[in-house]
Ligand binder design. Structure first.
Ligand SMILES: *Cc1c(COP(=O)(O)O)cnc(C)c1O
Length: 403
């Protein structure tokens, strides 16, 4: 990959088959979003007006009352919870994270307290709120939610529902049922759907507000998009006078998010799906010819209903002679560095996602996989990586940064 940017800055070139991961820059920022940022950056704007524009345009597309742009989905999560606790009372807003005299509990299913790079629970408690877990470690039922509400009703500020592949192993109460119970009890529901393509659906389910990431599917600048009930959206905007200040979104993030949404709803879905299918077929044909021992593969649909199929590579280390963690690790160490989707790698498989591939990179990906497999089989690498080492390496990358 002869990309001047990497050479000039001595940075490692990356091919992303992991999906939309913050750690490597989320997505390929699309040209129309870059253009939007360029257009607004040299100019002053009244942010109230700009956010009004965002609200008007985005709520029309999503068929909701209002919308607001935040620094990120994670920031939006904290600010939404804050808004549910403070309402439009400025004194309460200035006083956060002190929630002593407020309804401050956030109802959430245990399995939704997941980690998207940081903990959902910390995103909630950062506002000063307290977490009210319902359900058991593996599942949550209707009656468990009802019971929890009954016992804590006077303290509940809002409920939260997380839609994410990170919760797909958890037997959640379906979103429609969860929202229905909350509605019956007048509890506003905040949906975190940061990584979902079909944004408009959540309002059909009755969500009061839903949170999305602008820098994931839509390839915009880093920002969060929150849409839903006007009063809550207004109260989220007010958090900019308090705890939201450190989570400020710039004018360029706001304007690019508007443009990104407009393009998103005009995209050529057919073409995108065809491209995805072509790449997956290419990979499958390639692997079919190689017929490696101990390696299986499967096309897996996205667990939360995005129109994405991925190639899952499943490794039986007793037959292949190496672990899936070793393969993923050495792919990442390669130049260009290849990042695979590894959130389920403890189950001995990882996935390849086509969403962020540039022209012909899919060929480099599969040829590099072949190269690394052969090196692993021939014991060219001196380190064998198991799951606990794989995790340790990831954490040490953080701890040893700049060392
Ligand atoms: C990515 C993600 C987030 C964080 O989104 P950012 O916009 O990067 O802060 C939060 N929740 C879920 C479910 C996500 O997938």
């Amino acid at each position: 990959m002869k990309n001047k940017f990497y050479i000039k800055n001595k940075l490692t070139p990356i091919i992303n088959v992991s999906g939309f991961m913050t750690k490597i820059g989320a997505s390929i920022t699309r040209n129309y979003n870059i253009k939007a940022a360029k257009e607004i950056l040299p100019n002053f704007v009244n942010l109230d007006e700009l956010q009004t524009l965002a609200s008007k345009k985005i709520s029309k597309m999503l068929k909701t009352e209002a919308a607001v742009i935040t620094a990120s989905a994670a920031a939006g999560l904290t600010e939404s919870i804050a808004a549910a606790m403070t309402g439009n009372d400025l004194k309460k807003i200035y006083d956060l994270p002190n929630t002593k005299n407020l309804k401050n509990k956030v109802l959430i299913q245990s399995g939704h307290l997941t980690n998207y790079g940081a903990e959902v629970s910390q995103g909630i408690t950062l506002s000063g709120a307290k977490i009210l877990k319902c359900g058991s470690k593996f599942s949550c039922s209707n009656s468990q939610v009802v019971e929890k509400i009954k016992k804590n009703k006077k303290d509940i500020a809002c409920a939260m529902y997380v839609v994410s592949h990170h919760c797909s192993h958890y037997d959640s109460l379906p979103i429609i049922d969860f929202i229905k119970i909350c509605k019956k009890n007048n509890i506003p529901v905040i949906v975190d759907a940061a990584s979902e393509e079909y944004m408009e659906n959540f309002f059909k389910f009755g969500a009061d507000i839903t949170i999305f990431s602008a820098h994931k599917f839509m390839g915009s600048l880093t920002a969060g998009i929150i849409a839903g009930k006007k009063q809550l959206i207004k109260n989220i905007y007010l958090q900019n006078l308090g705890i939201g200040r450190g989570m400020k979104v710039g004018k360029e993030g706001i304007y690019a998010a508007i443009v990104a949404m407009e393009h998103w709803y005009k995209r050529d879905l057919k073409k995108d799906l065809l491209n995805q299918e072509k790449i997956l077929n290419y990979w499958v044909n390639y692997l079919n010819k190689k017929n490696y021992k101990g390696i299986n593969y499967q096309i897996i649909p996205d667990p939360t209903g995005n129109k994405i199929n991925r190639l899952r590579i499943i490794i039986n280390k007793n037959k292949s002679g190496f672990t899936p963690q070793s393969l993923a690790h050495y792919l990442e160490r390669n130049n260009p560095s290849i990042f695979v989707r590894d959130d389920l790698i403890h189950l001995n498989h990882f996935e390849l996602d086509t969403c962020n591939l540039k022209k012909n990179e899919h060929i480099i990906v599969i040829k590099t996989i072949d190269k690394i497999i052969n090196k692993l089989k021939n014991n060219i690498f001196n380190r064998k990586i198991n799951m606990s080492e794989y995790k340790k390496i990831a954490i040490n990358n953080w701890l040893n940064w700049l060392d």
